[in-house]
Ligand binder design. Sequence first.
Ligand code: SF4
Ligand code: SF4
Length: 375
Amino acid sequence: MLIEKYRKTIEACRFCPMCKVVCTVGNITKNEANYPRGKALILFTILKKMREFDEDIVERIYQCAICGLCKDWCISDYDIPELIMAARADIVNSGKIPSRVLKIYENIRKTENPYAMVNDEKISAVLDKEIRETGKRAKILYFIGDTAFSHPEIFEATIKIFNYTGIDFTILPKKNRGVELLYQLGFRKEAKRLAKENAEVINEADAEVLVTSDADEYLAFKREYPRLGASLNPDIKIMHITEYINLLLQKNKLSFSRKINKSVTYHDPSSLGRYLGIHEPPREVIKAIPGIEFKGMKWNRSRARSCGASGGLLFTNPEIAAKAAENIIDEATEIGAEIVVTASPLCRQSVGDCKKLRNSSIEVYDIAELIVKAF
Ligand code: SF4
Ligand code: SF4
């Protein structure tokens, strides 16, 4: 079993309540079995062959946002998210996959995205309007990512930024299939196959820089592709859109002509902030827009709260994800922000949906959507 590799984590965490205070899912569900200690205790019984994966245990293992707050909080650096992802892969290998999780897998297998999105008319309209030629050779290769692909307003805004600055760019001729969600849900074989296929297409495109809007796929390029044996050409520089835009600003290749006279806060996506340490580029980009009053969240950077979308939670347990997103809206309201900006289409979806449900007056945008408002 893959959890064997994390025996030390299991043995240490089953006695420890120290990161309970920050656990996203535990503090929403108030279920002891959902905190890191509870999960470790459950997996200890599996490791010792006292129990097998049953419906209840499987449910506990999928009720985790893989948000990494527990790992960040831990002074001993035990890695609960890696343990949970290994346990999920063991569940997949055992065939005891819950139907909600299997549905996501089937959606990806059949339609190449977790949303089972088959009607591409709106997307095609945006691509036809903004790009004359896809799949051509260019300096910048824009990897849209499957969540941004299902929200044309995000990639439309990003493409507008490229066009506005006159950058030579292209997008992949095929859909931009996501690897991170499959990996986090435990489907390692499928994640490996997709990562290898994506790497082949990306390498063939022969670009200098690979830019993505998708914070989770950025994490996949940096962390999952190497461990899945999917080799991206080492000469290709991989950048998140916030890093690339910040670079354009530093080189005076991007400027703003309109003011946005609003107070704006930034929600750090776990994948971009906590896992990859990219905290400052998005803040610098937002602060560069004239008129904006930047208001920092109380919980920020590596200690930022999770919006609950990651780890597949938005798909498997949307009611828990919605509660986590409420925390973001509440915190933004508390600090007096009028706009919440994030740099992950998945976070934008989660926090944006929550804003609609709550009928909050706070506006929620992906960073690219905010930028084009200042052109
Ligand atoms: S991750 Fe660290 S703080 Fe959390 S339960 Fe394990 S040992 Fe304790
Ligand atoms: S990764 Fe997040 S949700 Fe999962 S146990 Fe850790 S803090 Fe809780």
